[in-house]
Design a protein around this ligand. Structure first.
Ligand code: PEP
Ligand code: MN
Length: 348
């Protein structure tokens, strides 16, 4: 069951709901979104009916949600928008957000050059990993905090808010002190203590789909973040493991409308890590835009041949120009405008 609070509900209205539920032996999980606050109730549902929560001040409705994920369910919740950074770049319905940058932060020069390429292509958020979850323990694991500091410098220089991955619950506070949005990667998509820890920061979270996760498992992973009071979650479809070996992963493009029908969370597509090959990035991006994704997250690199990680799919030059035209031309055809920071957004 979920209690939906009115937009003007006060902290004490919220506290009364929680108190009443807890007094009846239930648990109440408060989750704050941009447009509304909801309280997920866990415990004996029939008992909750007798509490008459609907009559409490600040309560808009009390609804039974049939899906196992309550707080991220689309039932009784309009599609939400997540805002990133101090300039509040939106990810959600009506807009299309290009997130781009290097796979890994390597040097200040490489990161700045990649960010400038990203911005020139229309990106309004910068991606870049300082902590890299590598299959091999011998592979480059990222620069760690030094990489975060580089990202912060590049943000100061370009104005692009930062999306960066965190792989260890012990690093969450440190990464959150630099990042505007925390990324949980495919390998950690069901690392429940990490999900709870990123939820606790209150920062927006990009949750990649586990490479072998069903959509229900993925949405339940998102519920772990939401349960910590954080509804600033963006889903990211990045390809799944199938029998096919030509591509690095199989992009499950149908996950976009499926998730949009099941969850109010925004969803973006990663055409880089799914295809794993440069020549697939633009076609997969076009597919993502056409099917109604809220954005894409793309690897770019000033010198892909010299990239330490994932040079095989990093864009530059003509490919990046093709991506830029797709991102300029296609979103308006499906009713979306570019997701600009607050100060560059036309007045509504
Ligand atoms: C990444 O985006 O850098 C990354 C490692 O992606 P994924 O978790 O989807 O493999
Ligand atoms: Mn990568």
């Amino acid at each position: 069951m979920v209690v939906v609070m009115t937009a003007d509900a006060t902290a004490s209205d919220l506290a009364s709901v929680v108190e009443r539920v807890e007094a009846a032996g239930g648990e109440a999980f408060v989750s704050r979104g941009e447009s509304r606050t909801v309280v997920g109730l866990v415990g004996d549902v029939t008992g909750f009916h007798d509490l008459n929560l609907r009559a409490l001040p600040g309560v808009m409705e009390v609804v039974r949600v049939s899906t196992p994920y309550k707080l991220v369910s689309r039932e009784h919740h309009d599609p939400s928008t997540v805002y990133v950074g101090t300039t509040r770049v939106p990810i959600g319905p009506g807009t299309f957000t290009l997130i781009a940058g290097p796979c890994a932060v390597e040097t200040p020069e490489q990161t700045l050059a990649a960010a400038q390429m990203a911005a020139a292509a229309g990106a309004t958020l910068l991606r870049g990993g300082a902590y890299k979850p590598r299959t091999s323990p011998y592979a480059f694991q990222g620069l760690g905090e030094a990489g975060l500091a580089i990202l912060a410098d590049v943000r100061a220089e370009t104005g692009l808010p930062i999306v960066t991955e965190v792989v260890d619950p012990n690093d969450v506070d440190l990464v959150a002190s630099y990042a505007d949005m925390l990324q949980v990667g495919t390998r950690n998509a069901q690392n429940f203590s990490l999900l709870a820890a990123v939820g606790d920061t209150g920062k927006p979270v990009m949750l990649k789909r586990g490479m072998s996760s069903t959509i229900e498992e993925w949405l339940l992973a998102a519920e772990y973040v939401a349960q910590r009071g954080n509804l600033g979650i963006v889903l990211c479809e990045r390809g799944i493991r199938t029998f096919e070996t030509t591509t690095r992963n199989t992009l499950d493009i149908s996950a976009v409308p499926v998730c949009q029908s099941l969850s109010h969370l925004p969803i973006v597509v990663d055409p880089s890590h799914s295809g794993g090959r440069r020549n697939l990035v633009v076609p997969l991006s076009r597919a993502a835009i056409a099917i109604g994704a809220d954005g894409i997250i793309v690897d770019v690199h000033p010198h892909p041949d010299a990239a330490i990680v994932d040079g095989a799919h990093a864009l530059e030059g003509g490919d990046l120009r093709d991506l830029a035209s797709a991102v300029r031309q296609l979103p308006p055809m499906v009713g979306r405008r570019p997701a600009l920071p607050t100060e560059r957004r036309p007045a509504a």
